[in-house]
Design a protein around this ligand. Sequence first.
Ligand code: NAD
Length: 420
Amino acid sequence: MTATAEFDSHLYETALAQLDRVAGRLSLEVDIHERLRYPRRALVVSIPVRMDSGRTEVFVGYRVHHNTVLGPTKGGLRYDTGVNLGEVTALAMLMSWKCALMGLPYGGAKGGVRCDPRKLSANERENLTRRYTTEIILLIGPDLDIPAPDLGTDEQTMAWMMDTYSMTQGKSVPGVVTGKPLIIGGSVGRREATGRGIVYVLYQAARQLGQDLKGRRVVIQGFGNVGAVAARLLWREGCLIVGISDVKGGIWNDAGLDIRQLETHVAETGSVVGFPGTTEISNAELIEQPCDVLIPAAVGSQIREDNASRVKASIVAEGANGPTTPEADVILRERGVTVIPDILANAGGVVVSYFEWVQGLQYFFWRESEITARLQEIMTKAFNRVSAIASKEGTDLRTAALMEGIRRVAEGYRVRGLYP
Ligand code: NAD
């Protein structure tokens, strides 16, 4: 089977190759396998935005639903210069496997706008978000498709989306997005959820290797929602965070960084770079530094064929989506590096998004301790299930996680049948 030209992109090719490999292992029926290779629907929109200069600039945006077999679709919205239809479609597919793996009643979706959010003013970002929401309004809704923040978007973006959608309905609809501010129906613990989930799976992985997380040397690429929270929680657990980076570059301190002070520095300067007492290091060098745990938590394709053999960590926990290319995956596996795959390691975000959605539908809000306890239970169970499948099947954790996610979606197709 070949990929369709519409969705042509490196990430989509990778997602299809993963699906095809796992479909073979699961002995999936050819018809179901074929249906899984395509998104259910994909919308391309143009977004005219009035810029601060008075000019109108047009951006291109996408929203893709991979499948709706297990429930409404769920997935992030990213603002990035690399966004294209193929990438968004691949990420929607990965969301399907992730939601199914975590036992959530969702299909996968993803959205994106090709832009550089750092070059837009707050006013321009608001105009862009509101017009994008209006353009995709037929595809979203609390029982249809529920966006969340991703690369380059945040709580404020979700507040604008929720407000725009609500205005068209003549009432407040908190369940249309997750990852929104607390005051309008967000959930406690959502902001920390992805980083926290990473810590829970790392805890399990270290335990299996007979290690204690405390005292481990950790390197993190990306200091945004995912990377900064993972850094803070692991630092509190007693890990030594020796290297961190963001889009402007990286910093290193062999004796470990003080994450609270680093957060203050980033709040004041906008970057980790220049943090006193550290040496500068590039993003490329950071990946190859000696450490126990490496957490890529920024963008895709950071561990590749050309640097995978120099990764020194014994555990790689994928905070970002698709940070390891398939070629690098093979190299890491051969070298005995434990890779906790994205659809498992960063699933804490969508799990607490699910909690937020349920709370929003019921207008009944939970305590943070309830959220954290349920998240820990779900992450731990998922890790152990994936790990058991990996042992039984003699595979790595990524293959095992994909097998479990894809198997569940396929089972949904099987029992629902094909309409008409
Ligand atoms: P974010 O925008 O909050 O932070 C991204 C961080 O990465 C920033 O520090 C930024 O400076 C840095 N960065 C951007 N481009 C970079 C580059 N080319 N090289 C090095 N650093 C770079 O985004 P986020 O929400 O933290 O998401 C990070 C990754 O995690 C993305 O791949 C996203 O898809 C994935 N993810 C996020 C969530 C979530 O809940 N936010 C959930 C699952 C997966």
